[in-house]
Design a protein around this ligand. Structure first.
Ligand code: ADP
Ligand code: MG
Length: 554
């Protein structure tokens, strides 16, 4: 293991930094101790140094698996400019070039070798001839079908640890919930990897959710004091991006549309103009933003509900990289939910997609601090409410929900954490449906102890318990509800629980509904019900179960 001094000298000499960012030093040391490591750190957090620095001090080559062939050249050129011996191998190179790299490798002239997972088989022979000291797997979420950017070639990477079983592995990603992390480690054969979880808290971003009616008017209103500021409006469809850009232009804003259907040169131009502040607003699909390094984006609006929290977090994360206060605004509409549910049911892995969408919806519907929910999604608990989201700024009133929580949690205990929310509520309310009877749940001690609370209210309470970290949803096990460290405090240590007053929630919903003209609301509601029933029929699952909505019980 190198001396601390040597590590700091290397940091300064090759990267120009005097100090490490949070976790970097611990990660570097863990590599030198020979551990396998799983690093989850937000974009821009400084993941690269975690393997680049050890690469300079370890005797052999560090193999870096990276999916972004397009960025590989830039990365390697950047390293070389700092005097680091780096190279990459990919399918675009000719044989001479590849031969040159092979020779350099054999002569131990290369410290970092970047390679795409698809190209690994080309250098299979070579790998047995060189000394490998570290294997880094960047964008490691690509290995998991539960992550949000699955790449089939990544699933073969598990063999690396089998073949080089005493070489430490470091897997790095900016986006992975708990289950995805576990999946990554299992697939890479590093079950004992040390987990490094950096904070995802971006305190400078304010969070706000509004009902999605009259969005355009709301946007003009929002932009009133932001005419010269850079911002992004994310939309679900290409058509919406164009419609919005045009409306904004008509109002005198410097706005452009950006989506995969825009010609290549035009897209590059929009991007360039945005970066140098000629274009202030980009109305874009999620295609926009990857790899764009602009620090002074002051606001991000989601015109439509994103399909999961990972995507939402990444997109709002493009605001305020300079650390200055920046605003984010999310519009929440029924129509979007329906649309997204449709996408989710037709995608592979639809149960997971659906569960993730549910979490997104719960975030948007939340009556408790939104940042807590966002961070708890990534496995991070914050003690205090954030004070910088709309719920914190305008909080609902609370009731003592300790007894309600105890009832719910002890039902989860008695049911051995084997059921999803719907069944837990059925047991609490003493329902007599097939699941309850088949499994003998009517004999549980908590059966029917809380039928004074309606099904919908129970649903709201349980969502609040989840959002406050008292329960967890196991997405990958049919959405079963699981206990947490915190639930034990309520059950055994007398911890008090506050729950938002649902009467208040009704009031919020009413105001939102009033804002939509009654007639539109009625037709919309009927249409919604029809669509839900139809979708459920196609899926062969009772509608009230898919949508967690008892009013759909026929
Ligand atoms: P990630 O891969 O996590 O998105 P990078 O490794 O690309 O992040 O680093 C993001 C930026 O932070 C880079 O410009 C990098 O030079 C800078 N950076 C990384 N570590 C440090 C540090 N210890 N001190 C100052 N800047 C750092
Ligand atoms: Mg990176």
């Amino acid at each position: 293991m190198p001396e601390k001094e040597q590590i700091y000298t290397t940091l300064k000499e090759y990267f120009g930094y005097d100090s490490f960012r949070p976790l970097q030093e611990d990660i570097v040391n863990s590599i030198f101790s020979g551990n396998d490591n799983m690093v989850v750190m937000p974009t821009g957090g400084g993941k690269s140094i975690c393997y680049q620095l050890p690469a300079l001090l370890l005797p052999g080559v560090t193999l870096v698996i990276s999916p972004l062939i397009a960025l590989m050249k830039d990365q390697v050129d950047g390293l070389k400019a700092n005097g680091i011996q780096a190279a990459y191998v990919n399918s675009s190179q000719n044989e001479d070039k590849q031969q040159e790299i092979y020779t350099q490798l054999q002569e131990k002239q290369i410290q970092l070798l970047y390679i795409a997972p698809e190209s690994l088989s080309f250098i299979d022979n070579l790998l047995s001839q060189i000394e490998i000291s570290l294997i880094a797997i960047d964008e490691a979420h690509c290995i998991s079908a539960w992550g949000h950017d699955f790449r089939p070639a990544y699933t073969q990477l598990g063999y690396l640890k089998k073949r080089f079983n005493d070489v430490p592995v470091i897997a790095l990603t900016a986006t992975a919930d708990k289950a995805t992390r576990k999946d990554i480690c299992e697939q890479l054969n590093i079950p004992n990897a040390k987990l490094f979880l950096a904070s995802f808290d971006r305190k400078n971003l304010s969070l706000e959710v509004r009902p999605g009616n009259k969005r355009i008017e709301q946007i003009f209103d929002f932009l009133e004091d932001k005419t010269e500021e850079a911002g992004i409006i994310y939309c679900l469809s290409r058509k919406t991006t164009e419609m919005l850009a045009e409306k904004l232009q008509n109002q005198g804003f410097n706005a452009e549309a950006y989506h995969a259907g825009v010609a290549h040169e035009k897209r590059a131009l929009v991007q360039e103009n945005f970066i140098n502040d000629t274009t202030h607003i980009v109305c874009a699909t999620i295609a926009f933003g990857m790899g764009i390094d602009k620090s002074n984006v002051r606001w991000v609006i989601h015109y439509n509900l994103p399909k999961n929290i990972e995507g939402y977090y990444q997109e709002i994360g493009r605001a305020g990289r300079d650390g200055l206060p920046s605003s984010t605004l999310l519009f929440h509409s029924f129509a979007d939910v329906i649309q997204l549910q449709k996408f989710a049911t037709t995608s592979g892995n639809h149960e997971v997609q659906m569960a993730k969408l549910d979490r997104m919806k719960q975030y948007a519907d939340s009556l408790s601090c939104r940042r807590k929910i966002l961070l708890s999604y990534f496995g991070e608990l914050i003690e205090k409410d954030c004070g910088n989201c709309d719920v914190c700024k305008n909080p609902p009133s609370f009731i003592d929900g300790t007894i309600i929580a105890q009832k719910a949690l002890s039902t989860v205990v008695r049911i051995k954490e084997e059921e999803p929310m719907g069944t837990i509520i059925d047991v609490l309310r003493g329902a007599q449906n097939a699941v309850v009877i088949d499994k003998g749940y009517q004999n549980l001690k908590t059966y029917g102890i809380a039928n004074d609370i309606s099904w919908q209210d129970w649903q709201q309470y349980i969502i609040q318990l989840i959002n406050q970290g008292y329960l967890e949803i196991a997405f990958h096990q049919n959405n079963k509800l699981k206990l947490t460290q915190r639930s034990k405090k309520v059950l055994f240590e007398g911890e008090k629980v506050s729950l938002a007053n649902l009467a208040e929630f009704e009031k919020i919903k009413e105001t939102a509904a009033q804002q939509i003209k009654q007639r539109t609301a009625n037709t919309l509601f009927d249409k919604l019900r029809e669509l839900r029933l139809q979708l459920a029929k196609e899926a062969g699952i009772p509608a009230y179960q898919i949508f967690n909505d008892a009013s759909l019980k026929e």
